[in-house]
Design a protein around this ligand. Structure first.
Ligand SMILES: [Zn+2]
Length: 353
């Protein structure tokens, strides 16, 4: 797994084991400095003890980028965390590979976002035949929303109740089929900083139970990250209370938790194809903005908005990108969460003004 050691430590005090790590990471792309996340590391150990511990690090695999970021934040350097779904890939369309099966077969712990997001996972786990695998569901205990946006056939291609797998069968061969099974609720809980805290807590408790030797480290790391999430929550509250009930439309049903938390209104979700917007897609988006008198229209990174931008000009709406953090072009530093969410906050503030 080339993602295996992305974001490995770079701080000076770890020189003793850097040579060891270098051996393990010969093929890893470097350049992801995250020395600022080495919080709570046990520095009292002798270099020998550290080296011994390093060789026995528990192997953790996290499924998608947000789950990986939270897991990496909690684990710090105490565990060896890798990501299963490459952060350049859309999990909604993900098909697992033989490498994924191999990764799970040799891991001790698997952390998933849950809520039905990782549709590929059950089969992959089955094929991995790893009876000792400890599974952590990061969304355990979270009260989910089905869908907050109205299912409006005039603006959506189909309802949001379908599972991801089924969405491919609809008119757009490669639609952003972000519907989710009703049983599980909407899985995009990480986009609410308060629910993100609960995910971090679940991950902390799961890692601590499975690897009690590092419990103190996991607790300290989680506390530091939760403090940052609290700060982020405060920023969202303070900024978005200036624009209460701001109505917006998205192309991806990823923001109902964020909307509910900060008193925004996701009034509709317009289904679009993944690669390029057709004039009909643009027309549906424009119709939705008119119909719901929406203040803001949020697209997402990777969508070509040119056509939309030009047609939306006379609507007094600007098209902006909100990031669901499901793909991040390979940035796997736990601090990326805060960077992306602060960018989202700026986007919401500008769109709702
Ligand atoms: Zn999604």
């Amino acid at each position: 797994m080339i993602w295996n050691r992305l974001g490995s430590r770079t701080s000076q005090k770890n020189k003793g084991i850097l040579s060891l790590m270098a051996l393990l990471t010969l093929s890893v792309a470097v350049g992801c400095n995250q020395s600022n996340t080495d919080i709570g590391e046990t520095s009292e150990q002798t270099p020998q003890a550290q080296e011994a511990a390093a060789t026995e690090k528990v192997k953790v695999v996290a499924t998608i980028l947000p789950t990986y970021l939270f897991t990496k934040a909690v684990a710090g350097d105490a565990a060896d965390v890798s990501i299963l779904v490459p952060p350049t890939t859309d999990v909604h369309d993900y098909q697992s590979t033989p490498d994924d099966v191999k990764t799970i077969s040799t891991a001790s712990i698997l952390v998933k976002n849950g809520l039905g997001l990782e549709e590929f996972l059950d089969n992959t786990i089955k094929n991995a035949e790893n009876p000792n695998l400890v599974k952590i569901d990061a969304s355990k205990g979270i009260q989910t929303l089905d869908e907050i946006s109205p299912v409006d056939k005039t603006v959506t291609e189909h309802s949001h109740g379908h599972s991801h797998g089924h969405s491919h069968g609809h008119s757009h061969g490669h639609s952003h089929g972000h519907g989710h099974s009703h049983d599980d609720g909407n899985p995009h809980v990480w986009l609410d900083p308060v629910l993100a805290k609960q995910q971090v807590t679940n991950i902390r408790d799961g890692l601590s139970a499975a690897d009690p030797a590092n419990k103190a480290t996991y607790e300290a790391n989680a506390a530091a990250y939760i403090q940052q999430l609290d700060n982020l929550d405060q920023e969202f509250q303070q900024t978005l209370q200036k624009t209460p009930n701001c109505t917006f439309i998205t192309f991806h049903d990823a923001f109902p938790y964020l909307a509910q938390r900060y008193n925004l209104k996701q009034v509709a979700v317009v289904q679009i194809p993944e690669d390029q917007l057709s004039p009909a897609d643009v027309q549906r988006a424009v119709n939705a903005v008119k119909k719901y008198n929406a203040k803001a229209l949020f697209s997402e990174p990777g969508v070509d908005n040119k056509l939309l931008t030009s047609l939306a000009q006379d609507l007094n709406v600007t098209v902006r990108n909100l990031d669901s953090l499901e793909t991040a072009g390979g940035d796997t530093n736990p601090q990326y969460y805060f960077q992306a969410m602060r960018t989202n906050l700026q986007t919401l503030e500008a769109g709702c003004k």
